[in-house]
Design a protein around this ligand. Structure first.
Ligand code: 2P0
Length: 343
């Protein structure tokens, strides 16, 4: 399709996409430019944490413009280059020279320390392709979002999602598919607990690169992760919280363990992170509550549990000093189009 460039061309679309939490972590790339992972991963999409993104292609723009949570970002920032990378592919597919204005907002404070790139870049892929009148399949959208951020490839779907590593060098088989839909396991809950509002010191892409390049134990990771993916898919289908929780917790700790063996070592945990890990372990060991933790490239803790235990778990967490914020989610849906625009 050829998009005409005339002076008054304008096309605006707004989409919302939901964040996801990896249960089996993606850690390491085999191709930095195409964002191809070393291993497959599995995530759950979050019902209550999302990004809303408006994209407007217009003939009046000499370059892309980006505003995230009220702040402008320019060429040279990592935020801008992620967005640019998705838009570059869209422009190529649509055979257009048009540039876009992108405005994106999260429904949770950026200071809460939860990565929003997955939701934001998935929303960008969905909104931008519609704005330029491309009709893409979920597979194509997942691949497109992947170019912005690896984890964004999983946020173009709802429920429990698998991002298949793929084998091909061109990345055409590295995209996400649904394991089960958002309604399959409605009792599943994710509590995202913010223990610090300090910005993280090392970006996840840099941490990944350093781990792959310098940890002597990294070679074990891809195969282990692939086995975990298979096991967790079965456990999710059986709605088996114990197995899902145990696999997820171990995947997170393995990933952090690898980072600690990088040169120089990477440590994202803070004292509050450890405190929370111990509170959840005690709940499990002493009170037989099915609660498990997972932690991404930062100090925040996500708790995996079931609806019936959520009030009790929240009560326990409330007793810990200096917890910044808690966000509760169930398995969420895939992206949605909105009629309201952000600008
Ligand atoms: C994940 N993380 O599977 C892993 C686990 C964090 C820890 O994907 O470099 O923003 O843009 O592909 O996706 C966060 O990193 O990194 C991430 P890039 P991304 O969710």
């Amino acid at each position: 399709m050829q998009v005409p460039i005339n002076e008054d061309f304008m096309s605006k679309t707004t989409a919302r996409a939901f964040s996801n939490i990896a249960l089996v972590k993606y850690w390491g790339k085999r191709d930095e430019e195409k964002m191809l992972p070393q291993n497959s991963s599995v995530s759950v999409t979050l019902s209550d944490m999302y990004a809303t993104t408006t994209v407007e292609f217009s003939a009046g723009l000499t370059k892309h413009e980006l505003m995230l949570n009220g702040e402008s970002y320019f060429s040279g920032s990592s935020e801008y280059s992620k967005v640019e990378s998705v838009l570059k592919r869209i422009k190529k597919t649509a055979s257009t020279g048009l540039n876009a204005k992108v405005v994106s907002k999260n429904n949770f404070p950026t200071s809460a320390g939860f990565a929003s790139s997955a939701a934001g870049l998935a929303a960008l892929a969905v909104a931008a392709s519609k704005a330029i009148d491309l009709s893409l399949s979920k597979k194509e959208l997942s691949i497109l979002a992947r170019y912005g951020s690896g984890s964004a490839s999983r946020s173009v779907l709802g429920g429990f999602v698998k991002w298949n590593r793929g084998e091909k060098d061109d990345g055409s088989d590295s995209y996400a598919t649904e394991v089960v839909s958002d309604t399959y396991w409605p009792e599943f809950r994710i509590l995202a607990v913010s223990v610090s509002n300090l910005r993280k010191k090392i970006k996840s892409s840099d941490a990944m690169r350093r781990t792959v390049a310098t940890s002597p134990y990294y070679t074990k990771w891809p195969k282990e992760a692939e086995r975990d993916v298979q096991k967790i898919e079965n456990a999710i289908k059986k709605r088996d919280i114990k197995s899902v929780g145990e696999i997820a917790e171990r995947s997170a700790f393995s990933m952090h363990g690898l980072m600690m063996t990088a040169k120089p070592p990477i440590l994202y945990f803070l004292p509050k992170t450890i405190e929370l890990i111990n509170v959840i372990a005690q709940l499990r060991e002493k009170e037989s509550v099915n609660a498990y933790v997972t932690i991404d490239a930062g100090p925040q803790v996500k708790i995996l549990c079931l609806k019936k235990d959520i009030d009790y778990i929240k009560e326990k967490i409330a007793k810990i000093n200096d917890i910044q914020k808690i966000f509760e989610s169930r398995p969420g849906t895939g992206p949605q189009f909105l009629s309201d625009h952000l600008f």
